[in-house]
Write a protein that binds this ligand. Structure first.
Ligand code: DAH
Length: 337
C-alpha cells in the first residue's frame, strides 16, 4: 500500500509541475481522485488494527497533494493570464485607422460666400418653399398663364396649380406680401426645370436679391453689383448692364462681368468677347409691386437672380455642370480647406 501511495505521489506531483493549463490541472486532479479512491477501497482488505494508521497516512497524502494542486493552480492561472495579455497586446505606436472628414460642397461654399458678401451690404436671408403655386412662381411675377415668357422655363408641374419652382423669384412675392418696405432680402435655394445639357441641370441653385425702398434706382443696382463682382472674383472685375427682358422687371438687364480668365482681352472662356453673362436683374415691375400691395408711386426696387452653379463654374473653372452633382470625391476633394 505504502509503495502504491509513494508511486502515485511521485507520478502526480511531477505531472502537477508540468501542468501548464487550468484544464490540464483539472483533468489531473480527477485522475488523482480516481486513483486515490482505488487505494482507499483497498483499506477493507487490511487487518483491522492497521486501518487507523493507514487512514491517517492516506489523509495526509491527500492533503499534501491538494496543497500542491492549489499552489500550481495559482502559477498556471498567472501563466494563462500572461499568455492572454501577450496575445491581446496592442502596439499603441502603430498608426491608427484614419477616417476622412467630410467637407462643404462647392455649391455650398459659393452659396455661403454670396450670403457673406450680401449680408455685408445689409441683406437678410429668406428661404421660400421648393414646391410653389403657379401664382407665386409666375402669375404674381407678372407672368400670367398664356404669357410667352413661360416658355423660357420648362416647368415640372405637380398638379394644375402646383409646381416645382423654376426660379427663386417666387420668394420676392412671399416677402413683399408679408413685409412693408424697406426690404432687403437674399433668397437662395434649389430650382427645377426640364432642361439637361453641359451647362443645364434639371435641378440647380439660384440666389435671388430684392431691394425695395423709397428712391431706389438702377444706379443702386449697378453699384451693388460692382461691389459683389469685386468681392466674388477680383478687385478689377467690371460690370456691364445690357438691356434685356423679364416680365417682373422694367427695365430689365442682363449683367455681364469682365472675364476673370483673360481680364477682358478675349479668350475661349468668354468666347472672345471679354465679357461673361452672369445674372438677370432689373427694376421691379410696378405690376409686381401692386400685386403685393406695395404702392409703386411711393416705392421702387431692384431685383436680381443668379445661378449659383454658374458662379461656381466661373470661379473654379468647371466646364460641365454635371461634375458638380456626380459627387466624385476626387473632384470634391479639391475644394477642401
Ligand atoms: N428669375 C430669372 C431666371 O430664373 C432671373 C432673374 C432675372 C431674377 C431678373 C430677377 C430679375 O430677380 O430681376 O431666369
Amino acid at each position: 500500500m505504502k509503495e502504491k501511495i509513494e508511486s502515485l505521489r511521485e507520478s502526480i506531483s511531477s505531472a502537477i509541475d508540468e501542468a501548464v493549463t487550468g484544464r490540464g490541472l483539472y483533468e489531473l486532479k480527477v485522475k488523482f481522485q480516481t486513483e486515490l479512491k482505488g487505494i482507499m477501497s483497498g483499506m477493507k482488505d487490511l487487518p483491522k488494527e492497521e486501518r487507523p494508521t493507514f487512514g491517517k497516512v492516506v489523509n495526509e497524502f491527500k492533503q499534501a497533494m491538494e496543497e500542491l494542486f492549489e499552489a500550481r493552480a495559482v502559477v498556471v492561472r498567472k501563466m494563462e493570464l500572461e499568455a492572454q495579455y501577450e496575445k491581446e497586446r496592442v502596439d499603441i505606436t502603430m498608426p491608427g485607422k484614419s477616417y476622412k472628414a467630410g467637407a462643404l460642397h462647392p455649391i455650398t461654399l459659393v452659396k455661403n460666400e454670396l450670403i457673406d458678401i450680401f449680408a455685408g451690404m445689409g441683406f437678410k436671408v429668406f428661404e421660400g418653399p421648393e414646391i410653389e403655386t403657379d401664382y407665386y412662381n409666375f402669375t404674381a411675377l407678372n407672368t400670367p398663364k398664356d404669357h410667352p415668357a413661360r416658355d423660357m422655363q420648362d416647368t415640372f408641374y405637380l398638379a394644375d396649380n402646383l409646381l416645382l419652382r423654376t426660379q427663386t423669384s417666387a420668394g420676392q412675392i412671399r416677402v413683399m406680401e408679408k413685409n412693408a418696405p424697406p426690404i432687403k432680402i437674399l433668397s437662395p435655394g434649389r430650382v427645377f426645370r426640364s432642361d439637361d445639357d453641359a451647362t443645364h441641370s434639371p435641378m440647380f441653385h439660384q440666389m435671388e436679391g430684392l431691394v425695395v425702398d423709397k428712391g431706389i434706382t438702377l444706379c443702386d443696382l449697378q453699384g451693388m453689383l460692382a461691389e459683389f463682382a469685386r468681392k466674388m472674383f477680383t478687385s478689377s472685375t467690371k460690370v456691364r448692364l445690357r438691356p434685356s427682358y423679364f416680365p417682373f422687371t422694367e427695365p430689365s438687364v442682363e449683367v455681364d462681368l469682365s472675364c476673370s480668365e483673360c481680364g477682358g482681352k478675349g479668350c475661349r472662356l468668354c468666347k472672345g468677347t471679354g465679357w461673361i453673362e452672369v445674372l438677370g436683374a432689373g427694376m421691379v415691375n410696378r405690376r409686381v409691386l401692386e400685386n403685393c400691395g406695395v404702392d409703386p408711386d411711393e416705392y421702387t426696387g431692384f431685383a436680381f437672380g443668379m445661378g449659383i452653379e454658374r458662379i461656381a463654374m466661373l470661379k473654379y473653372g468647371v466646364n460641365n455642370i454635371k461634375t458638380l452633382f456626380e459627387n466624385d470625391t476626387r473632384f470634391l476633394e479639391q475644394f477642401e480647406d
